[in-house]
Structures are given as C-alpha cells and as structure tokens.
Design a protein around this ligand. Sequence first.
Ligand code: ADP
Length: 490
Amino acid sequence: MTVTASREQELLADVPTGLLIGDSWRASSSSATFAVIDPATGVELAQIADGTPEDGISALDAAVAAGDEWAATAPRVRGEILRRAFDLAVEHREDLALLMTMEMGKSLQEARGEVTYGAEFLRWFSEEAVRISGRYGANPEGTGTTIVSHRPVGPCLLITPWNFPLAMATRKIAPALAAGCTIVLKPAELTPLTSLYFVELLREAGVPDGVVNVVTTTDAKGFSSKVMADPRLRKVSFTGSTPVGQTLLKQAAENVLRTSMELGGNAPFLVFEDADVDAAVTGAMLAKFRNIGEACTAANRFFVHSAVAEEFGRKLTEKVRELRVGRGTEDGVAIGPLINAAAVDKSADLVGDALERGASVLTGGSAIDGPGTFFEPTVLTGITAGTRLLREEIFGPVAAIATFDTEDEAVALANDTEFGLVAYAFTTDLARGHRLMNRLKSGMLGLNTGVVSNASAPFGGVKSSGLGREGGSEGIHEYLDTMYTLIPAS
Ligand code: ADP
C-alpha cells in the first residue's frame, strides 16, 4: 500500500531536530540549521540543527562525564538495555523504514530489511555484553600467574555514512555500549533523520544520559578535527570513503586513537564455467542492485567465464529489465533514486567511459530526467582492460561484465585492485571454492551467495578497504582494551 503524505508528515513531526548532548536535545550553538532532502523528489523533509565543532566538544564533555559510571554498569544491565532497544526497533520497524526511504531513497521493502539487519546488532551485542571474558594462566617459567582482562576503551566518536542510515549506526553503537563505552555519534548529513529517531528509542530503552550523544553537522571536517584533537577521546570508528578514512587515520595518529575503518570496496563477482547460472543471476541481482547499488559490498566488477558469459548476460538483463524505478514508497518499486545529482553524474561518466572503450549496453545506460536523481538499472558487457569502473567504486545500479578463461586469470583479475572488502564467486566445484577462499585477497567471500552481511559475522576488509571488524564475536573487541596483570608465585 502506498504511503500517504499525511502519514509522512506525522512521522517527520516525531523526529527530533536538535543535537542530543547529555540529558537533552538542544539547538546548535550557532543556531544554524540545514535541510534534509528527499532524493526522489528534491523536496525538503526537515530542517535540523547544524552543530559546530564546539558542540562536538560539549558532546564529548557529556560522554566523558558519563564514562566511568557506564563502564562500571553491570554487563547484564548494559545487555538488557540493548535488548530493549532491539525490541523497540522491531516495534518501530515501519517508522524507521519509512524514514530511510524518505531520506535515502531505497525501497520500503529494502528499508524494512535494513531494520531487521540493523536491529540484529542490538540483539547480538546484548548477548555479547555478558561474554567479555579474559584468560588466567601460569607463566611458562612457573614464577607467576598471568591474568588477561579487557576494559572499555573510553569515549568514542562514531561517524556513519548515508547508504545504510540505521544499520551503520547500530553496527557501531551496539558494540560500543555493550563494551561499556560512551559515544558521540555523527550521522551522515544527507540522512540524519533515521539516527535522530533511533536515538530516542535508545533513550526509551534506558540508555542513561550522556552515554549516547548525537551531533548533526554540515561541517564534518571541522567537527571531527576538533573532537579528535581532544585527548579525552579514545577511539574513532568510521564508515565511508577511503580518502576520508585516510584523513581520519592521519588525525587519529596525533592522539594515538584506536581506529576502526570500514572504507571503500571494489567487489569482484566471479562466475565459473561450472556455476549454476540461474543461481549466479539471483546472486548478482542482490549483490549489484540491492540498495540501488549504493553499498560498499556491491558487486563492482563481473568476471564471467567465456563459456557462460552470453547466458549470464542475457538472463541478468531479463531480470534487470523487470526492475521498477520510482520513489521507494510506491508499490513494486525496486530501484529508488541515487542519493544526489553528483551520484547520477558519476554513474553516467563511468558508463560513458566504458562505452568509449568498447563496451556495449544490454539494458539501461542513462540518467532519468528529474524531479529526483534517478539512473536506469544498467547492464554493460564487453568491458575492456583500463575501463574506469574496473578501478572505481560505481555506487550505482550499473553491472559491468568482462570475461575470463582460466581460474588463474579470474583470481588475478579479482585481486587486481587496491581494495579488498568482499568477493563473490559462483561455482559448483567444492575444491575450487576452497581454493578461492585461500587465493582471493578480501576480508569476506560470498561463495554461491550475493549477500554476506550478518550481525554474527565479522564484517570488514583488507588493504584500502579498511581496518577492524564489525559484528561477530570480534566486533566488541574493537571497543575493548586488553590489559594483563602479573602476580608472582608466592
Ligand atoms: P560517502 O561517499 O559515503 O558520502 P564520505 O566518506 O564522504 O562517504 O562520508 C561518510 C561520513 O563521513 C559522513 O558522515 C560524512 O559527513 C563524514 N565525513 C566526510 N568528510 C569528512 C571529514 N573530512 N572528516 C570527518 N568526517 C567526514
């Protein structure tokens, strides 16, 4: 059922528009606000506080003030608060989903899926909060006992992107709170409404004042530089582009901050001659067209064995032609708008470059006239070496197919990138699958599947794709320091 305009207005009226610092919402210290825009229509959804770097320091003051008490709060209590937050997120699924569709553009169906995925981090880390264990043992010389323990790293700055407005926030907030850290959250300026709404749910779940602080701002750089220069901050966790991640890593060096960096991807999608082609097409639809192609895990380069390339391209094109484009609130829409005009220009440029270098269009290929920032779901074939989209993250609904003839060639092509977040491979040969697991230089591998994300698994990349892992039993350790105590034998 298509959502009514009055339902949208009622929901927007429930979203806080200020900065959450300590116990209350407040205006920016400059009184400035900025607009949040619906990318499907270009219409303004809300005006929200445009925080200053000084507001960042006030938020850090609050996080520091709440730090000791939160760290000393029983793990079970922290876990139960997170579990209540999970229940509330699920209860408010429709509101969270609609906000994401309105501010980011993805379809309501996908937005509901993101609520399920994003909420799961709250449940998962509610369970991990009570399993922060250590180690106890005699040292090899028999002269003493070693006790290894963990404690929260301290106040954390969490910087999130716009493409998964809820899940990228919960993937950081949940482990930080489970570990006993307090936080300053800076949501992406393009999609802050989901975080603002969600943070109210955290408060309702019982998160004490000062433990979670939120600053929205259009001055991401000035804000982060100021907060990161303050020695009381102990950690920065960032999801976004590699260039910004590199800047933050340099800034983090100044105060030797702990860092988690979930950066760009350039995922290869390999289809071998022994693959179930229909399954590969189903996987490709998810790996490429989920979230309008705006995911760091999106398949960026399709390498298909020449024996099945024609069949794969034809079947993929049939499915892509069925994708309905429109505002994500409309029934049956699969592909919403890209986040802004720059994203449309980028997809158009990359397609143009591929065509100039000899590729051909199987379907789509062009921007769609406004209002809204839409790009046609596209399949290109005959991609040649040197084409820009083999190097650059597309972040749009464009599938680009190139061919290979041997496994060695496929592996070399897949690994020929500075990135290493995720790879996808379709083969029915178990031994080959096992070899690929060892040979692909990537933090994650989807073997005969087009989606790898799961709260129980360690998400993250190698090389320029980042540092650290989010989710799994690994995720909480990003927010814990290790300490050891030596007690001499008596
Ligand atoms: P994307 O390509 O996903 O927009 P960005 O890396 O530009 O990726 O943005 C991800 C997040 O990083 C957003 O919250 C954005 O405001 C923030 N950001 C952008 N530039 C900086 C910066 N120089 N310092 C700190 N945060 C930044």
